[in-house]
Design a protein around this ligand. Structure first.
Ligand SMILES: [Zn+2]
Length: 73
């Protein structure tokens, strides 16, 4: 069992915004959001690509969402 190294940069407090009744982390662009999606998947032991990113309808930034088959758009 190999240990994954924690290579992330220093923690920071990301901006968030309210989407419905959820306080979601905002990512400045798609690239960052996708990168974070892969990190969160790894951290939580989720299947690859189980998270997806989408552009926020309230601002010029991106959020992560579960891409479960039930919720397909
Ligand atoms: Zn937003």
């Amino acid at each position: 069992m190999s240990r994954t190294r924690n290579n992330r940069p220093a923690p920071y407090d990301p901006p968030r915004c309210w989407v419905g009744n959820k306080n979601k982390v905002c990512y400045p662009d798609q690239e960052t959001a996708e990168m974070s999606a892969r990190l969160v998947e790894a951290e939580h032991g989720l299947a690859a690509n189980s998270l997806t990113c989408y552009r926020c309808e309230y601002g010029n930034h991106w959020h992560l969402a579960n891409s479960s088959p039930k919720n397909r758009r």
